[in-house]
Every structure is written in structure tokens, then in C-alpha cells.
Design a protein around this ligand. Structure first.
Ligand SMILES: Nc1nc2c(c(=O)[nH]1)N[C@H]1C(S)=C(S)[C@@H](COP(=O)(O)OP(=O)(O)OC[C@H]3O[C@@H](n4cnc5c(=O)[nH]c(N)nc54)[C@H](O)[C@@H]3O)O[C@H]1N2
Ligand SMILES: Nc1nc2c(c(=O)[nH]1)N[C@H]1C(S)=C(S)[C@@H](COP(=O)(O)OP(=O)(O)OC[C@H]3O[C@@H](n4cnc5c(=O)[nH]c(N)nc54)[C@H](O)[C@@H]3O)O[C@H]1N2
Ligand SMILES: [Mo]
Length: 760
């Protein structure tokens, strides 16, 4: 029997059977298959959440109301009527407001195949009819995306691609200081799929080689237990102060690598002056100890070891998903410059080890083809996490990367392949502002919190229901993804939906270029064959690839030392910064005159933090879920198994639980001025007692109970703060929030979000 394969952002799978009999097994070559995959198949076979037919919200259909409350009734329509309605609405908005009235940034992860990529399909279609306002940067690392080009002259993508490869760390690094940890949890994921999970193996090899690992994080399990890592848990959001104190120790003890600073950096004098206290405050270990709530001796001791060993400073992406996040990662880079170990094997500075699986992979990167999105005639955009600000204040002023800009007026909001009522902060605020646009269109395969807040819902197939190609830029294999289920209900591929709309808008030929979905797959494969030839190898023909299901890429090993060319000869290989060097002070950022973003990596108090908390307040850390990709598969087995009385679990220190009168297994209300959520209590000694950890991704089930807006399911974005990290990048600050906690002693409301909305 020939094997079939499929893939998701969390791994690649062998498939047996079809439809109700389908089974998935992780690839035998994958040493550590993901937990997320265990809940994939049943999530996609779940009648309770899959959208079977196009649906239109009744209040919008009958009277064009904007009451997108999440509990609305929907009317199911035949495809032709739904597509006519959608195309008519598009045309109306374009005629009345122009294409700039369409906001279709559509941020989100969608599914892993190269062709059936939801956003690409939507953008390609909208570009054929005059374009749309888009969203720039990501929720993952917007602050880094805007900062790195100024201070190191690389895009975040180039930076990540160049990060020193794992084997060099495992074999040469003596001290790995990991801010935000490096965990198997987040490393389950690789955007566009992966045939293996190896991050933990690299860490194990490092430990076996005697590398000492220091986990700097509020949560000890951000580093695997068996690593016996040292744990330093500063108050969340205070890492910049800790790093500045490490730099202070390094300068004052004469351990700074002055030659490196002189050869390879710009602005080191300004940074040193700030660290040593030109502003009246020397950034000593004692100074940081108070801010970070750490023993000063511990900071001094760590600084000494970092200076005396071959040290890698690793920062997870979470380090910049907080207030002034740009400054945290810039501080990390600055300290690495002071230590002078950048450009050598296994030491220096890294951003993103463990945040996704491919970062640091020792395989060559190949830029495979993708479906062209075309040109967007509308050049307006918003920084991705400023959606609620945009809805609140069309025309409102904001700064972004040195520009003074104004928010567009979104009349029609279109989302495909993303879930803002998962990913955005302060969801009660978004819920309120979401009612401002005239029309909301959502394409998804499931009744997510966002789909429930749409006017027009167009049901898509899931990746399990169509053939596609798994093509990751840094994998050792390509995977032919075979459909293993028929389309759910009347669901259609994103491509087919967009083609149907393009037909109505008169752009069918431009959108499809006369190709069927299968024609596009062969077109992509033809492109892959050319890329392979240019890289010195050949690929099998399309039919053979489909037959085999997997195609290994030959000779894919690659060793990389980040910035080694630059460090070896900064004159011959300058950084693409104004000075040609790594900038510890940026004149470009200085010229922006931003109140919240100084031109060096200085400590700025976060808008909310434990150093300025009321008694009993806790810091909320809302990281990536172990059992899901964001909100995807929340209804699947793996995610459901971890819930407590159907609610998302939180992690609390036993002392904290006791002080708040809650025990393991209880339901607690976590709340602040922005809203509340109900969580199930789990206990661990391995978390700072003044923190609470809640994974993202429980589907928003919003109720007003005794006047308070509460997600009864446990979505932490009810509590997070919706503001830009600084006026530089406007990145989200999901990891900056204070909350209170108390036992929930009222009746526990039933979860409704895993059952379909009322349909007629
Ligand atoms: N509090 C807090 N919030 C956070 C974060 C945090 O750390 N803390 N992290 C942030 C980060 S880094 C990110 S990346 C975001 C993630 O936020 P999102 O990427 O928006 O979250 P997903 O749940 O992956 O949403 C993808 C959606 O695409 C749909 N989908 C899947 N396949 C298809 C398809 O073929 N077609 C269509 N049309 N749709 C499909 C899925 O059903 C799902 O609803 O969350 C952010 N939010
Ligand atoms: N299983 C799974 N893996 C995923 C995803 C998923 O949804 N599920 N999503 C993927 C995506 S889109 C992204 S962007 C990446 C994100 O990857 P990361 O940003 O690395 O992941 P997080 O879980 O947000 O954060 C990692 C840890 O940082 C710690 N942390 C938070 N705030 C602070 C702080 O102020 N200081 C310090 N020192 N530590 C802090 C938290 O304890 C948290 O557990 O994960 C990817 N991987
Ligand atoms: Mo992300």
C-alpha cells in the first residue's frame, strides 16, 4: 500500500485510511513529534465547530446591523447567493469609499501548505480588484522587525536566518544564558511545517558537552527539567535592568572587550556612559536587584561567569512582546558586544532559539517559490497590532519607524486564516470596536470567536481535505500533502472561494491565470525543480513526488556563525547601518525623538509591572500553548485533556494559591480593569510566586456576569494591555499585564463556544 502524507505547522504525518477511517502517525524520522498533532484529526472532524455551509449573520442580512456580539444567529445560504452577496458588498464599498476602505491585513497562521495559504489567496484576489489596506509586521516579533534594521542593518528575517547554527552552540558554548528559556513547548512549531523536532536534542548535546545553562524566566519549565539548568527568575519585564547591571559589572571589572567595541560597534561610549551613570544612576547590580527582585550577588556572579566563559546570550521572541520590547533585545545585543564574543563559534547573541523549531537549524536555506500575490495598488497599512486603535480612531495620528502616520477608515474588514479574537490584546475593547465597520467577512473552517463576530462567513476546507505541498525553507525534505478527508459539509478551498468571487468581480482570468488548483501545484513544483537545479541537485517529476510523498534534499548540512564575516573584517563586510557597525547608540532613532524609545537600550519602567503593583496583584504571563497552535485545535483531544472543568489551566505557586484561598482543581477568576477570565488552578513551585502563567488559545466565550465581562473559558487576552511597545514599532505587549485572582464561587456557566452558533 502506498503511504500518503500530510503536514501542519507542528509536524509532518503519515496518513492511513480516508474520511472517518483516517489515521495520522508522526513521521518515523521525527525524534520528538508534537503534542499539538494529537488533537488535529478529531478537531477537524468535530461537527460542533466546523462550518458546513456559507452563513450570514441574521441582523446584518435583515437590517445591516453591526451587533457582532459573538452569540448572534446566522442564516445559512447556498454558495451562489453567499458569493453574490459578498461580491456585491465588495463592489459597494469600493464604489463608495474606494479600495482604501477595505482592511484585509488578515494576520494569522492559517495552515501549512504552500498553495492553499489563506492570506496569499485572499491578497492575490484583492490585488486583482484594486487592493486593500494591509497590516505590517507580526504579533511574533514586530519590535525586532523594526529595530534590527536600525541597529544591525539586517531585517529580522535575515537576522534569524543567520543565527549561529545549533551544533556550534552544542559543541563550543560554555555558558548559555537563555532569556525566556528554550523549551520544547514552543519549538513544536515551524511556520509552513517540519519533518522533525530537534531543539531539545541540541540542548541535550550542549549539556552533555558540559555547557552550563542559565534559564532567565519567570517560569522554570521554560527549560526542560532534566537539563538541571540554573534558574534566575527576574520580575517579568525587567530583563533590561538585569542586562544593564551585567554590563555595569563587565565594564567596572575591566572585562569589557574594548577592541571589539572599537572595531565593531558605534555608540559604545554613550552606552557605557549611561550604564556607568551619566544620568546620575549607575546601573549597578544593587540597582538592578531592586528592580528585578533578584539578589545582587547573583547578578555579580553571573556577570563574572559570562565574562570568563564562552558565552551565548539567547533571547526568545517573548522578550520583545512587552512594553519597550525593542529595548530589551537591543540591551541583549549590546551586552553581547561588550563581551565581544559575537562572530565566533557558538557564542555571541541569538534571537529565537526554541521560539520555533527551525531557528539555528544546521541545514541550508533554500528560497523555494510561492504563489505570487501580485501588486497591491493601495499603499496604506497599519502596524499589525494597532487594529483596535485604527477602529477606534480613523484619521488618528501615530508614529511608526520614524514616520508620522494616520489610521485609515476601515469600512469593510476581511479576515482569512487568522483569529483576531484569539491573538489581539484587551479583547473586550476589540469586541466593542469591532462593531464599527459596515461589513465583516471571515473565511475559516471553524466557528472561531472571530467567525461568530462576522457578517458573512465563508467556510473553507482544512489542510486535511486538499492536496498541497509542504515546503519549509530550512527542512531536509519536501512533503506532498494528500487529502485524507472529503471537504467538510459544503466547505470549499480558499482558492475556489476567491476564484468564485473573482468571477463575479470580472477578474477570474487574472486571479486563476487559467489554472486549476492541481495546475498550480504542478506550477509550483516546476518552480521547485528550477530552484533545485540552481542549487546543484535534481528533484523527481511531479507524479513521482506525489507517489513517494516525501523527497529528501541532498547535502543539506550547513554551518553558520552569525556575523562572522563582519567581525572578521568590518571594513570589507560592513553592517548595513549608517555607521557600518552594530549600533549601541542609533542616531536614526535619536532623530525620531520618541518619548518612549531612547536611542540606546535604556531601562524604561513598563506601563504595568510588579515594581508598581498593588498588594496581591500578580504578573500575567500568557505564553504559547503546549497542546495547540494558538487557538487551532482547541477543540481537539490534546487541548481538552488538559482543561480543568472545561477551563484553561493556569500555573500558580502553591504559596500564592494558599494566600488567595484556591487549591489545585479549583476554578479561579483572574481579573483587572480590562476584563476577566475563568481558569482552572494547577500548582507548581517552579514559577515566581507573584506571577500567573496562562497559555493563549482557549476560544473566547465572553459573558457579562453581574456586570463584569468575563471569558468563561480562560482566554488571557481578556486581561492583556493593548498598546504599542514603543512609538518605534508599535508591537504588541502581550507579556505586560497585572491581574488579580480570586476563587470563583458562583455557578460555573457552561462553555458554548465549542458548539455552533444558532443557525437557521
Ligand atoms: N496574550 C497573548 N496573545 C498573543 C500571543 C502571546 O504570546 N500572548 N502571541 C501572539 C502571536 S506570536 C501570534 S503569531 C498570534 C497568533 O494568532 P493567529 O495566527 O490569528 O491564531 P490561530 O489560532 O493560529 O489562527 C489561525 C486561523 O486560521 C484558520 N485556518 C486554518 N486553516 C485555514 C485555511 O485553510 N483557510 C482559512 N481561511 N483559515 C484557516 C484557523 O482555523 C484559525 O482560526 O497570537 C498572538 N497573541
Ligand atoms: N506549542 C506551540 N508552539 C508555538 C506556538 C504555539 O501556539 N504553540 N506559536 C508559535 C509562534 S507564532 C511564536 S511567535 C513563538 C513564540 O515563541 P516565544 O516567544 O519564545 O514563546 P512564549 O511562550 O510567548 O514565551 C516564552 C517564555 O518567555 C517567558 N517570559 C515571558 N515574559 C518574560 C519576561 O519579561 N522576561 C523573561 N525573562 N521571560 C519572559 C515566559 O515564561 C514564556 O514561557 O512560538 C511558536 N511556537
Ligand atoms: Mo507568533
Amino acid at each position: 500500500m502506498t503511504k500518503k502524507y500530510t503536514a501542519a505547522h507542528w509536524g509532518a504525518y503519515e496518513a492511513r485510511g480516508f474520511g472517518a477511517d483516517a489515521e495520522l502517525a508522526p513521521l518515523p524520522r521525527d525524534p520528538h513529534p508534537s503534542t499539538i498533532g494529537e488533537g488535529w484529526l478529531d478537531a477537524m472532524q468535530d461537527n460542533g465547530v466546523r462550518i458546513a455551509r456559507p452563513a450570514v449573520r441574521k441582523g446584518w442580512l435583515t437590517k445591516r446591523d453591526r451587533q457582532r456580539a459573538g452569540d448572534a444567529e446566522f442564516v445559512e445560504l447556498p454558495w451562489d447567493e453567499a458569493l453574490d452577496l459578498t461580491a456585491g458588498e465588495l463592489q459597494r464599498v469600493i464604489d463608495t469609499h474606494g479600495n482604501a476602505g477595505i482592511f484585509a491585513g488578515s494576520y494569522g497562521w492559517a495552515s501549512a501548505g504552500r498553495f492553499h495559504h489563506a492570506q496569499s489567496q485572499l491578497r492575490r484576489f484583492l490585488n486583482t480588484i484594486g487592493g486593500y489596506v494591509t497590516a505590517k509586521n507580526t504579533y511574533s516579533h514586530a519590535a525586532a522587525e523594526v529595530l534590527w534594521p536600525h541597529v544591525i542593518g539586517q531585517t529580522n528575517r535575515t537576522f534569524q536566518d543567520g543565527v549561529t547554527s545549533w551544533p556550534l552552540v552544542a559543541d563550543h558554548c560554555e555558558l548559555l544564558v537563555a532569556f525566556g528559556g528554550i523549551s520544547k513547548r514552543a519549538a513544536q512549531v515551524a511556520s509552513s511545517g517540519t519533518t522533525m523536532h530537534q531543539t531539545q536534542d541540541w540542548l541535550d548535546r550542549a549539556a552533555k558537552n558540559g555547557c552550563r545553562i542559565v534559564n532567565v524566566s519567570p517560569l522554570e519549565s521554560d527549560m526542560a527539567h532534566h537539563m538541571h539548568a540554573e534558574w534566575i527568575g527576574p520580575r517579568p519585564g525587567t530583563d533590561t535592568a538585569l542586562i544593564l547591571a551585567l554590563a555595569h559589572e563587565t565594564f567596572s571589572n575591566g572585562w569589557a572587550d574594548r577592541k571589539f567595541l572599537q572595531r565593531c560597534t558605534h555608540g559604545a561610549e554613550a552606552f557605557e556612559a549611561y550604564v556607568m551613570g551619566v544620568d546620575g544612576t549607575p546601573k549597578t547590580a544593587d540597582w538592578a536587584a531592586t528592580i528585578c527582585d533578584l539578589p545582587a550577588d547573583r547578578i555579580r556572579e553571573l556577570a563574572a561567569r559570562m565574562a570568563k566563559h564562552r558565552t551565548m546570550i539567547s533571547m526568545s521572541w517573548s522578550m520583545q512582546r512587552c512594553d519597550h520590547g525593542e529595548l530589551t533585545i537591543w540591551a541583549g545585543l549590546s551586552l553581547a558586544c561588550v563581551l565581544g564574543q559575537i562572530g565566533q563559534p557558538g557564542t555571541g547573541f541569538a534571537f529565537g532559539y526554541g521560539s520555533t523549531e527551525p531557528v539555528g537549524r544546521p541545514h541550508r536555506l533554500i528560497n523555494w517559490p510561492s504563489v505570487p500575490q501580485g501588486q497591491n495598488p493601495v499603499d496604506d497599512f497599519i502596524p499589525v497590532a494597532r487594529i483596535a486603535d485604527m477602529l477606534e480612531q480613523p484619521g488618528g495620528a501615530y508614529t511608526y519607524d520614524g514616520d508620522h502616520r494616520t489610521y485609515p477608515d476601515a469600512k469593510l474588514v476581511w479576515w482569512s486564516g487568522g483569529n483576531p479574537f484569539h491573538h489581539h490584546q484587551d479583547l473586550q475593547r476589540l469586541d466593542r470596536l469591532w462593531r464599527k465597520p459596515e461589513t465583516v467577512v471571515v473565511m475559516d473552517h471553524s466557528w472561531t470567536a472571530t467567525a461568530r463576530r462576522a457578517d458573512i462567513v465563508l467556510p473553507t476546507t482544512s489542510a486535511l481535505e486538499r492536496d498541497d505541498l509542504m515546503i519549509n525553507r530550512r527542512d531536509t525534505a519536501l512533503v506532498y500533502m494528500s487529502a485524507i478527508m472529503p471537504p467538510f459539509g459544503q466547505a470549499r478551498d480558499d482558492y475556489e472561494i476567491c476564484a468564485g468571487l473573482a468571477e463575479r468581480m470580472g477578474t477570474h482570468a487574472a486571479f486563476t491565470q487559467g489554472r486549476t488548483a492541481r495546475d498550480w501545484l504542478t506550477w509550483l513544483w516546476d518552480g521547485c525543480e528550477s530552484v533545485a537545479t540552481a542549487n546543484g541537485f535534481t528533484l523527481p517529476d511531479f507524479e513521482t513526488f506525489q507517489q513517494n510523498g516525501i523527497c529528501d534534499i541532498p547535502a543539506s548540512d550547513e554551518t553558520r556563525i552569525h556575523l562572522s564575516d563582519f567581525v572578521a573584517d568590518p571594513v570589507a563586510h560592513p553592517c548595513n547601518t549608517p555607521s557600518g557597525k552594530i549600533e549601541l547608540k542609533s542616531e536614526a532613532i535619536a532623530a525620531m525623538q520618541l518619548a518612549d524609545c531612547p536611542p540606546i537600550a535604556a531601562w524604561q519602567e513598563p506601563v504595568e509591572w510588579l515594581g508598581d503593583a498593588a498588594p496581591g496583584q500578580l504578573h500575567l504571563v500568557s505564553g504559547q500553548p503546549n497542546t495547540r497552535l494558538h487557538a487551532q485545535n482547541d477543540n481537539g483531544r490534546a487541548s481538552r485533556a488538559e482543561k480543568i472543568q472545561g477551563r484553561e489551566p493556569c500555573i500558580l505557586h502553591p504559596d500564592t494559591a494558599r494566600a488567595h484561598g484556591v487549591s489545585a482543581g479549583d476554578i479561579a477568576l483572574v481579573e483587572n480593569a480590562r476584563g476577566g477570565c475563568l481558569v482552572g488552578v494547577t500548582l507548581s513551585e517552579k514559577i515566581r510566586p507573584d506571577c500567573i502563567w496562562i497559555a493563549t488559545g482557549a476560544w473566547l466565550d465572553l459573558r457579562v456576569i453581574d456586570g463584569a465581562a468575563i471569558c468563561i473559558h480562560g482566554n488571557p487576552n481578556m486581561l492583556t494591555y493593548d498598546k504599542g511597545s514603543t512609538g518605534l514599532s508599535q508591537g504588541n505587549i502581550a507579556h505586560t499585564a497585572l491581574v488579580k485572582l480570586r476563587k470563583w464561587d458562583k455557578p460555573l456557566p457552561a462553555i458554548t463556544v465549542h458548539a455552533p452558533p444558532p443557525l437557521s
